[in-house]
Design a protein around this ligand. Structure first.
Ligand SMILES: [Zn+2]
Ligand SMILES: [Zn+2]
Length: 277
Protein backbone atom coordinates (compact mmCIF):
# COMPACT_ATOMS: atom_id res chain seq x y z
CA UNK A 1 0.00 0.00 0.00
CA UNK A 2 1.16 3.53 -0.80
CA UNK A 3 1.96 5.97 1.97
CA UNK A 4 -0.57 8.74 2.63
CA UNK A 5 2.03 11.22 1.41
CA UNK A 6 2.44 9.48 -1.96
CA UNK A 7 -1.31 9.00 -2.32
CA UNK A 8 -1.98 12.72 -1.74
CA UNK A 9 0.87 13.56 -4.09
CA UNK A 10 -0.78 11.44 -6.81
CA UNK A 11 -4.10 13.15 -6.18
CA UNK A 12 -2.44 16.47 -7.07
CA UNK A 13 -1.05 17.37 -3.66
CA UNK A 14 -4.34 17.93 -1.83
CA UNK A 15 -6.97 15.45 -0.68
CA UNK A 16 -10.08 15.32 1.42
CA UNK A 17 -9.96 13.18 4.53
CA UNK A 18 -13.11 11.33 3.43
CA UNK A 19 -11.43 10.36 0.16
CA UNK A 20 -8.32 9.14 1.98
CA UNK A 21 -10.44 7.11 4.38
CA UNK A 22 -12.08 5.33 1.45
CA UNK A 23 -8.56 4.43 0.33
CA UNK A 24 -7.84 2.79 3.68
CA UNK A 25 -6.23 5.59 5.72
CA UNK A 26 -8.24 5.89 8.92
CA UNK A 27 -8.38 9.03 11.03
CA UNK A 28 -5.79 7.83 13.50
CA UNK A 29 -3.32 6.94 10.77
CA UNK A 30 -3.79 10.39 9.21
CA UNK A 31 -3.30 12.11 12.58
CA UNK A 32 -0.10 10.14 13.15
CA UNK A 33 1.27 11.22 9.79
CA UNK A 34 0.36 14.86 10.48
CA UNK A 35 2.14 14.63 13.83
CA UNK A 36 5.18 13.08 12.12
CA UNK A 37 5.27 15.98 9.64
CA UNK A 38 4.76 13.73 6.60
CA UNK A 39 1.52 15.44 5.59
CA UNK A 40 -0.21 18.64 6.69
CA UNK A 41 -3.78 19.25 7.83
CA UNK A 42 -4.56 22.47 5.96
CA UNK A 43 -8.10 22.79 7.28
CA UNK A 44 -10.52 20.39 8.93
CA UNK A 45 -10.95 17.49 6.51
CA UNK A 46 -8.33 18.58 3.97
CA UNK A 47 -4.76 17.33 3.84
CA UNK A 48 -1.83 18.41 1.71
CA UNK A 49 1.81 17.73 1.02
CA UNK A 50 4.56 20.32 1.17
CA UNK A 51 5.13 20.27 -2.60
CA UNK A 52 1.87 22.19 -3.18
CA UNK A 53 2.43 25.86 -4.04
CA UNK A 54 2.35 28.18 -1.03
CA UNK A 55 -0.49 30.29 -2.52
CA UNK A 56 -2.66 27.20 -2.99
CA UNK A 57 -1.96 26.07 0.57
CA UNK A 58 -2.88 29.55 1.82
CA UNK A 59 -6.19 29.55 -0.04
CA UNK A 60 -6.96 26.06 1.24
CA UNK A 61 -6.24 27.14 4.82
CA UNK A 62 -8.55 30.09 4.26
CA UNK A 63 -11.35 27.63 3.49
CA UNK A 64 -11.63 27.83 -0.30
CA UNK A 65 -9.84 27.68 -3.65
CA UNK A 66 -7.22 30.01 -5.10
CA UNK A 67 -8.78 32.17 -7.83
CA UNK A 68 -8.83 35.50 -9.65
CA UNK A 69 -5.58 37.46 -9.96
CA UNK A 70 -3.71 34.94 -7.75
CA UNK A 71 -4.26 32.10 -10.25
CA UNK A 72 -3.49 34.29 -13.27
CA UNK A 73 -0.15 35.33 -11.76
CA UNK A 74 0.77 31.69 -11.17
CA UNK A 75 0.43 31.15 -14.92
CA UNK A 76 2.52 34.19 -15.83
CA UNK A 77 -0.50 36.08 -17.18
CA UNK A 78 -0.18 39.90 -17.24
CA UNK A 79 -2.26 41.61 -14.57
CA UNK A 80 -2.72 45.18 -13.43
CA UNK A 81 -0.71 45.97 -10.32
CA UNK A 82 -2.50 45.00 -7.11
CA UNK A 83 -1.42 44.04 -3.62
CA UNK A 84 -0.04 40.57 -3.05
CA UNK A 85 -3.04 39.32 -1.04
CA UNK A 86 -4.40 35.90 -2.01
CA UNK A 87 -7.79 35.95 -3.74
CA UNK A 88 -9.82 33.03 -2.44
CA UNK A 89 -13.16 31.67 -3.65
CA UNK A 90 -15.53 30.47 -0.95
CA UNK A 91 -18.88 28.86 -1.64
CA UNK A 92 -21.80 31.03 -0.52
CA UNK A 93 -22.51 30.36 3.14
CA UNK A 94 -19.06 28.94 3.92
CA UNK A 95 -17.17 30.51 6.79
CA UNK A 96 -13.69 31.76 6.12
CA UNK A 97 -11.02 30.35 8.39
CA UNK A 98 -8.54 32.72 9.93
CA UNK A 99 -5.03 31.41 9.67
CA UNK A 100 -1.50 32.64 10.20
CA UNK A 101 -0.61 35.72 8.10
CA UNK A 102 -4.13 35.91 6.65
CA UNK A 103 -4.57 38.93 4.38
CA UNK A 104 -6.79 37.07 1.90
CA UNK A 105 -9.43 38.74 -0.25
CA UNK A 106 -12.51 36.52 0.02
CA UNK A 107 -14.77 36.10 -3.01
CA UNK A 108 -18.23 34.69 -2.35
CA UNK A 109 -19.18 33.78 -5.90
CA UNK A 110 -21.74 31.30 -7.19
CA UNK A 111 -20.71 27.70 -7.72
CA UNK A 112 -18.59 25.14 -5.95
CA UNK A 113 -14.91 25.90 -5.41
CA UNK A 114 -12.67 22.95 -6.29
CA UNK A 115 -9.92 21.71 -4.02
CA UNK A 116 -6.81 23.76 -4.75
CA UNK A 117 -7.11 26.33 -7.51
CA UNK A 118 -9.53 27.15 -10.34
CA UNK A 119 -8.88 27.01 -14.09
CA UNK A 120 -7.57 30.05 -15.96
CA UNK A 121 -11.04 30.51 -17.52
CA UNK A 122 -12.79 30.63 -14.15
CA UNK A 123 -10.07 32.90 -12.74
CA UNK A 124 -10.67 35.37 -15.59
CA UNK A 125 -14.41 35.46 -14.97
CA UNK A 126 -13.74 36.08 -11.28
CA UNK A 127 -11.21 38.81 -12.13
CA UNK A 128 -13.86 40.58 -14.17
CA UNK A 129 -16.16 40.62 -11.17
CA UNK A 130 -13.38 41.59 -8.79
CA UNK A 131 -11.55 44.26 -10.80
CA UNK A 132 -13.65 45.25 -13.80
CA UNK A 133 -13.45 45.51 -17.58
CA UNK A 134 -9.91 46.80 -18.08
CA UNK A 135 -8.19 44.39 -15.72
CA UNK A 136 -10.14 41.54 -17.33
CA UNK A 137 -9.39 42.60 -20.90
CA UNK A 138 -5.63 42.90 -20.43
CA UNK A 139 -5.41 39.57 -18.60
CA UNK A 140 -7.67 37.83 -21.15
CA UNK A 141 -5.47 38.93 -24.08
CA UNK A 142 -2.34 37.92 -22.20
CA UNK A 143 -3.74 34.45 -21.41
CA UNK A 144 -4.79 34.00 -25.04
CA UNK A 145 -1.38 35.01 -26.30
CA UNK A 146 0.26 32.50 -23.94
CA UNK A 147 -1.88 29.78 -25.52
CA UNK A 148 -3.87 29.20 -22.32
CA UNK A 149 -7.36 29.80 -23.79
CA UNK A 150 -8.91 27.38 -26.25
CA UNK A 151 -11.80 28.47 -28.43
CA UNK A 152 -14.13 26.57 -26.08
CA UNK A 153 -12.67 28.34 -23.05
CA UNK A 154 -13.11 31.74 -24.71
CA UNK A 155 -16.75 31.15 -25.44
CA UNK A 156 -17.31 29.74 -21.97
CA UNK A 157 -15.82 32.93 -20.50
CA UNK A 158 -17.90 35.12 -22.82
CA UNK A 159 -21.10 33.39 -21.74
CA UNK A 160 -20.21 33.80 -18.06
CA UNK A 161 -19.66 37.57 -18.33
CA UNK A 162 -22.52 40.00 -17.80
CA UNK A 163 -24.26 40.75 -21.13
CA UNK A 164 -22.90 44.31 -21.34
CA UNK A 165 -19.27 43.19 -21.02
CA UNK A 166 -19.26 40.41 -23.61
CA UNK A 167 -18.00 42.73 -26.35
CA UNK A 168 -14.62 42.70 -24.58
CA UNK A 169 -14.12 39.09 -25.66
CA UNK A 170 -15.11 40.01 -29.23
CA UNK A 171 -12.61 42.88 -29.30
CA UNK A 172 -9.75 40.79 -27.89
CA UNK A 173 -6.92 39.53 -30.06
CA UNK A 174 -4.50 36.63 -29.74
CA UNK A 175 -1.42 38.68 -30.60
CA UNK A 176 -1.39 41.60 -28.16
CA UNK A 177 2.24 42.08 -27.33
CA UNK A 178 1.86 43.29 -23.74
CA UNK A 179 -0.70 44.24 -21.15
CA UNK A 180 0.08 47.88 -21.81
CA UNK A 181 -0.82 47.51 -25.45
CA UNK A 182 -4.08 45.82 -24.48
CA UNK A 183 -5.00 48.71 -22.19
CA UNK A 184 -4.05 51.30 -24.78
CA UNK A 185 -6.11 49.64 -27.47
CA UNK A 186 -9.15 49.21 -25.21
CA UNK A 187 -9.08 52.78 -23.91
CA UNK A 188 -8.71 54.29 -27.39
CA UNK A 189 -11.39 51.98 -28.74
CA UNK A 190 -13.75 53.47 -26.15
CA UNK A 191 -12.94 56.93 -27.59
CA UNK A 192 -13.77 55.65 -31.07
CA UNK A 193 -10.11 55.68 -32.14
CA UNK A 194 -9.17 52.62 -34.14
CA UNK A 195 -5.64 51.32 -33.92
CA UNK A 196 -3.81 49.17 -36.38
CA UNK A 197 -1.59 46.85 -34.32
CA UNK A 198 1.92 45.63 -35.03
CA UNK A 199 2.11 47.54 -38.30
CA UNK A 200 5.09 47.31 -40.66
CA UNK A 201 5.93 50.67 -42.19
CA UNK A 202 8.41 50.68 -45.05
CA UNK A 203 11.59 52.50 -44.02
CA UNK A 204 10.60 52.49 -40.33
CA UNK A 205 10.00 48.86 -39.43
CA UNK A 206 7.42 47.30 -37.15
CA UNK A 207 5.60 49.67 -34.82
CA UNK A 208 3.22 48.82 -31.98
CA UNK A 209 0.30 50.89 -33.27
CA UNK A 210 -0.57 53.26 -36.06
CA UNK A 211 -3.64 55.47 -36.25
CA UNK A 212 -5.07 56.71 -39.51
CA UNK A 213 -1.74 56.38 -41.33
CA UNK A 214 -0.45 59.50 -39.52
CA UNK A 215 0.32 58.83 -35.88
CA UNK A 216 2.53 56.07 -34.47
CA UNK A 217 2.13 54.92 -30.87
CA UNK A 218 4.76 52.88 -29.06
CA UNK A 219 4.21 51.33 -25.63
CA UNK A 220 7.69 51.04 -24.16
CA UNK A 221 6.83 49.07 -21.06
CA UNK A 222 8.84 45.96 -21.64
CA UNK A 223 11.91 47.27 -23.48
CA UNK A 224 14.86 48.60 -21.66
CA UNK A 225 16.27 51.61 -23.31
CA UNK A 226 19.99 51.26 -23.15
CA UNK A 227 22.14 53.25 -25.53
CA UNK A 228 21.81 51.13 -28.66
CA UNK A 229 18.04 50.68 -28.41
CA UNK A 230 17.60 54.37 -27.73
CA UNK A 231 19.63 55.12 -30.86
CA UNK A 232 17.47 52.71 -32.88
CA UNK A 233 14.32 54.43 -31.62
CA UNK A 234 15.65 57.83 -32.64
CA UNK A 235 16.53 56.56 -36.12
CA UNK A 236 13.02 55.10 -36.47
CA UNK A 237 11.36 58.30 -35.26
CA UNK A 238 13.34 60.36 -37.77
CA UNK A 239 12.41 57.99 -40.61
CA UNK A 240 8.77 58.08 -39.54
CA UNK A 241 8.76 61.87 -39.39
CA UNK A 242 10.16 62.08 -42.92
CA UNK A 243 7.17 60.00 -44.04
CA UNK A 244 4.76 62.40 -42.30
CA UNK A 245 4.17 60.39 -39.11
CA UNK A 246 4.21 61.78 -35.62
CA UNK A 247 5.55 59.23 -33.08
CA UNK A 248 4.30 59.18 -29.48
CA UNK A 249 5.96 56.92 -26.90
CA UNK A 250 4.40 56.03 -23.58
CA UNK A 251 5.77 53.93 -20.78
CA UNK A 252 4.23 51.76 -18.12
CA UNK A 253 3.89 54.51 -15.48
CA UNK A 254 2.15 56.88 -17.88
CA UNK A 255 -0.36 54.36 -19.16
CA UNK A 256 -1.14 52.94 -15.71
CA UNK A 257 -0.95 56.07 -13.53
CA UNK A 258 -1.39 59.07 -15.82
CA UNK A 259 -3.85 58.05 -18.48
CA UNK A 260 -5.40 61.50 -18.87
CA UNK A 261 -2.06 62.93 -20.13
CA UNK A 262 -1.66 60.04 -22.57
CA UNK A 263 -5.19 60.50 -23.86
CA UNK A 264 -4.74 64.27 -24.35
CA UNK A 265 -1.47 63.71 -26.25
CA UNK A 266 -3.05 61.15 -28.61
CA UNK A 267 -6.15 63.22 -29.25
CA UNK A 268 -4.06 66.37 -29.93
CA UNK A 269 -1.72 64.51 -32.31
CA UNK A 270 -4.72 63.19 -34.26
CA UNK A 271 -6.17 66.69 -34.37
CA UNK A 272 -2.90 68.13 -35.78
CA UNK A 273 -2.65 65.40 -38.38
CA UNK A 274 -6.19 65.96 -39.61
CA UNK A 275 -5.56 69.73 -39.85
CA UNK A 276 -2.43 69.10 -41.96
CA UNK A 277 -4.37 67.11 -44.50
ZN1 LIG B 1 -6.73 33.91 4.64
ZN1 LIG C 1 -10.22 39.00 -6.88
Amino acid sequence: MLSAHDTIQRLGGLARGAHLQRLGFDRRALSRMVAAGQIERLRPGVFGVSQVAEDVRGATRHGGALTCVSVLRQHGIWTLPTEDALHVWLAPGRHLLRHENCTCVTHYYRGTPPLGSVSVAVALVHLHRCSGDEAFFAAFESAWRLGLLSRAARSQIRAALPQNSRWLVDLARADADSGLESLLRLRLHILGILLECQVSIRGVGRVDFAIGGRVILEADGRRNHDGSLRHKDLVRDAAASALGYETLRFDYAQIIHDWSTVQSAVVAALQRSSERR
